[in-house]
Design a protein around this ligand. Structure first.
Ligand code: HEM
Length: 437
């Protein structure tokens, strides 16, 4: 997590934070270097002044590369004196956002926008236009420095996602370990082992639930500008009212359902089988929903993007959940007679998860990179490369554990778990960054 936070701060300086929705066209138009975040406004007076118009337009319109929802006020227009000239509500229809404006003072105006994309990621930017003659753009407006805030917002987004992934591994993954590895080898049930396993599942579900308010705080912080309160009720409300809110509700609902169903599957009773099927359905649903908050909505074909994302998340849960399960039960005395058998089965399940991860990860990498050079040339590519290297290190630890004598395996498993935790932190950061495609 510390690595992710440090990497986020470094990457935020190199990339417009979370700019997943791109402004492709505007009216009035702006073409000097393309519309970008305020900090990137060009120095030259001509560029900084944008298009010079003869008549004041009545509306400012923005077109994005994908459907968006305005965040809070969404589009604000500042006049040459720094006062707001936007009037009336911001209208959004698919990928187009517009707002009425008034005024007619000659000089340079500044349009500041912030939206939430279909894939839940926040994006912001600004561009100028001038009436009759250019003047200095009113850079004293509250948004003049969005850089530091969005770096912290990006780090918090990555943290929220990492907590969610860890929670999913500990709940769904550990439950799978209990069903497929432990249950067939301990048909009579073992209360001490069962208790440890369910304690881990509870921790996972609490992490899943805690990740949502964390993600909401990150979203609000990423969208708020310098000079504004960091957790503005308008921005919180707008976030909940967008694709972000829908996904947060689905995830929180899924986590609660998982809690109820996992509890019902505990012990040996008639309804246990149905509850287990419910847990499987719920976990698969949660893995699919994850794609909505990653970059699956931008993948082609869409079905493959969602299937690969879901398979990747399930594979992650199988590997990390099995490892967590092994770590909490392997020393239990009641397991001693069947320890080798249990460990062999656990290795098979974690290996299956790894195969799923590698196949689905390769599909996602092909969908989101333009060429291999993106791995070195873009922040997204660099984080992906670091994540794959760490995953290889985790695999190395797993191999070392398999070869080590039984008494020394715990050390290698703990190293493997630490490497996987860092992989999850980097995955949280990766999904928060704009991909090359
Ligand atoms: C084997 C090599 C791997 C490759 C090529 C790979 C590739 C990727 C790619 C391209 C993404 C980004 C998807 C997006 O932008 O929407 C991603 C996300 C992710 N990866 Fe991997 N990955 C690999 C291994 C792993 C491992 C070992 C883990 C953990 C055990 C892992 C966990 C994740 C998670 C949790 C996400 C986020 C998925 C989501 O938001 O729904 N990956 N991976």
């Amino acid at each position: 997590v510390a690595v992710a936070v440090a990497a986020a701060a470094w990457l935020a300086a190199a990339a417009p934070a979370g700019a997943h929705a791109r402004l492709v066209r505007s009216d009035p138009p702006y073409s000097c270097g393309g519309p970008g975040p305020l900090a990137a406004l060009p120095e030259s007076a001509l560029c900084g002044a944008g298009a010079v118009l003869r008549r004041m337009p009545s509306t400012v319109r923005l077109w994005f590369n994908e459907p968006v929802a305005p965040a809070g006020r969404g589009v604000r227009v500042f006049g040459p004196d720094g006062r707001r000239v936007d009037a009336g509500p911001v209208e959004a229809a698919g990928a187009r956002v517009s707002v009425l404006i008034r005024g007619g003072t000659p000089g340079t105006y500044l349009v500041v926008w912030r939206v939430i994309a279909a894939d839940t990621h926040p994006a912001e930017g600004a561009f100028p236009f001038s009436l009759l003659r250019p003047s200095r753009p009113a850079l004293g407006v509250p948004d003049a420095d969005t850089g530091r805030r969005s770096a912290i917002g990006l780090a918090l987004q990555a943290l929220g996602r990492a907590v969610h992934f860890a929670g999913f591994a500990l709940s769904a993954g550990v439950f799978a370990f209990r069903q497929c590895v432990l249950a067939p080898r301990a048909p009579s049930g073992d209360s001490a082992v069962e208790q440890r396993v369910f304690r881990l599942i509870d921790v996972g579900i609490i992490a899943l639930l805690a990740a949502e308010p964390l993600a909401l705080a990150a979203q609000s912080l990423s969208l708020s500008a310098a000079g504004e309160p960091p957790f503005d009720p308008d921005l919180l409300g707008a976030s909940l009212d967008s694709s972000f809110g829908r996904v947060a509700a689905q995830r929180a609902g899924g986590a609660l359902a998982l809690w109820v169903l996992a509890g019902a599957a505990r012990g040996r009773h008639a309804g246990g089988g149905a509850a287990t099927l419910g847990v499987i359905a719920c976990a698969s649903g949660l893995a699919l929903v994850d794609g909505e908050a990653a970059h699956a909505p931008g993948g082609h074909p869409l079905w493959l993007a969602f299937a690969a994302n879901g398979a990747h998340v399930l594979g992650m849960a199988l590997w990390a959940g099995t490892l967590a399960g092994v770590l909490v039960v392997h020393r239990q005395p009641s397991l001693a007679p069947r320890r080798r058998e249990v460990l062999r089965a656990a290795g098979g399940m974690a290996g299956g998860g790894l195969v799923l991860l590698a196949l689905a990860g390769a599909v996602m990498a092909v969908q989101h990179l333009t060429a291999a050079r993106d791995l070195a040339a873009t922040p997204y590519g660099r984080v992906l490369a670091a994540k794959v290297c760490l995953a290889a290190a985790a695999l190395g630890c797993a191999g070392a554990a398999a070869r080590a004598p039984l008494a020394r395996r715990g050390i290698w498993w703990r190293r493997e778990a630490a490497a996987l935790l860092l992989v999850l932190a980097l995955a949280g950061l990766l999904v928060s960054l704009p991909p090359p495609v």
